[in-house]
Write a protein that binds this ligand. Structure first.
Ligand code: ARG
Ligand code: ZN
Length: 476
């Protein structure tokens, strides 16, 4: 309102309005910040609004890698805004804010920051509908020297961590702003388009094209939002627990395909086993996608994606346990900042031990001790502290292996009863949200009554091999 008055007064009154505004500076509309303050990724996310829902409606042509369509963002402002940012790298055609055309421009210093200036400043606590229309060739878009979009011979994968949404939908790209999703993607009839949650329907309005409509109804982080297009074999069934179970297999997996299927089709069994440790599965559907198009696996919400490498040597239940454990640790309870990555990878890696113990192939204690002894004290492995590995080492093997040892050291220190109570309380109280390592440690201390200061410092923050092994016995 104030700013509208200033415009109404015109140039003559501008000086007076500036004085009036400066006396009430704290309430004046200001640009939303270009990041949420993540210590590893300063540009990740944006300030000034909170997204509730993304409605992504696209057409994708694999032959040309042409992606075009509209994303509608439903949000609420958290401050008075003269402008706000979206994290997005594709070529934008138009932006509307609350049904009025808005100005938009890419920050010249950062091709992933789209600055949107609405016709009128926005009040705090105001409902915000942002409609962005765009068309581009994502495989040709580089941000900071990286193209995270993965083109495959017959399609593409929008699968990466910590950043992928920039290559396919405008967003507030940080795990602290989760939202629900509709993802509707039209592709040629000979390929499938997979995303998170439930397949609401497919439709075939245009000859030769099929539209796949997916819906994910629990809060979901931007990086966990999936698009996988390709000539997948899609299997649809219902889990014994009554949830939709959708899996997809890339025929190009060749000799790895049977092992991928034999592993990923056991997802409902893995989820059931993990429920015994972690409490109820937090989402409405299950699944998995096996693709030749990536060199890692990612815990996309309700439907993890697995690279072929995991199944080259045969079945691999460890990776299925790992990615599905992330549905609790990472997806339902997300990192408060990317520095908290141990809360994802340490616990997902520890779940591999729990699965092993569950199927009688070795106890968590044996596996943690084995890992501890397999890295000599002078190994560079011990120089990366899992509690603050740095952006460049976010997915270093130490975050996984030492991270899992740290979880076991915690279990040994507090005992099984307190340990599983800590995990379940954390997952229950933070469900659909996010948390930090200090918050987790505070909860663990409160519930166990054990002072964990030394243990956490030794296992998470010291760049050296702990003198005592994870079970507190086998000192070197
Ligand atoms: N969170 C994934 C996992 O541990 C790892 C993703 C690694 N990211 C990457 N770009 N390589 O399952
Ligand atoms: Zn992981």
């Amino acid at each position: 309102m104030r700013s509208r008055t200033r415009t109404g007064f015109g140039a003559v009154a501008a000086g007076l309005a500036t004085v009036l505004l400066s006396t009430t500076a704290s309430a004046a509309p200001a640009p939303g910040s270009a990041g949420v303050g993540d210590p590893y990724y300063p540009g990740a996310g944006n300030g000034g609004y909170d997204v509730a829902h993304y409605d992504i409606r696209l057409t994708y042509q694999p032959d040309t890698d042409r992606l075009a369509g509209t994303t509608t963002i439903l949000a609420t402002t958290t401050q008075e805004l003269s402008s706000f940012n979206l994290d997005f790298g594709l070529d934008v055609r138009s932006v509307r804010v609350n049904n009025a055309p808005a100005r938009f421009a890419t920050d010249p210093a950062d091709p992933s920051e789209l600055v949107v200036t609405p016709a009128r400043p926005l009040a705090r606590g105001q409902f915000l509908a942002v409609v962005v229309t765009y068309a581009d060739t994502p495989s040709q878009v580089e941000i900071g020297g990286v193209t995270a979009w993965k083109k495959t011979p017959d399609g593409a994968l929008a699968v990466d961590e910590p950043q992928i949404s920039e290559w396919w939908f405008p967003a507030n790209d940080h795990p602290t702003d989760k939202a629900t999703y509709d993802v509707s993607v039209e592709v040629p009839d000979d390929v499938a388009a997979l995303s998170n949650g439930t397949l609401v329907r497919t439709s075939k309005q245009r000859a030769g094209w099929t539209r796949w409509n997916w819906r994910s109804t629990e809060p979901q982080a931007t990086y966990l939002t999936l698009l996988a297009v390709g000539r997948f074999e899609v299997l649809r069934s219902t889990t014994p627990s009554g949830q939709p179970f959708v899996t997809a297999y890339d025929p190009a997996l060749g000799p790895s395909l049977p092992a991928a299927k034999a592993s990923i089709e056991r997802t409902p069994e893995v989820v059931k086993a993990l429920e015994e440790f972690f409490g109820p599965y937090p989402f409405e559907a299950q699944g998995g996608v096996a693709s030749t198009g990536l060199g890692f696996a990612l815990e996309n919400q309700t439907r993890s994606v697995y690279g072929r490498g995991f199944f080259r040597a045969g079945t691999n239940m460890s990776v299925v346990a790992h990615e599905n454990a992330h549905q609790w640790f990472g997806d339902s309870v997300s990192v408060g900042s990317w520095r908290d990555i141990w809360l994802n990878e340490g616990f997902a890696s520890y779940a591999e031990f729990l699965w092993s113990e569950h199927v009688g192939e070795g106890t968590a204690d044996e596996l943690a001790e084995y890992l501890y002894n397999s890295y000599p004290a002078d190994d560079a492995f011990w120089r990366v502290p899992p509690g603050d590995p740095g952006a460049e080492n976010q997915f270093h093997v130490a975050v996984y292996d030492r991270g899992a040892m740290a979880v076991h050291a915690l279990r040994e220190a507090v005992g099984d009863e307190a340990f599983f109570r800590i995990l379940r309380t954390w997952l229950e109280t933070k469900k659909g949200g996010h948390g930090t390592i200090p918050e987790f440690v505070a909860l663990a201390e409160r519930l166990s009554g054990v002072d964990l200061d030394g243990l956490i410092r030794t296992w998470l923050y010291t760049p050296a091999k702990p003198a005592v092994s994870p079970n507190g016995h086998g000192a070197e």
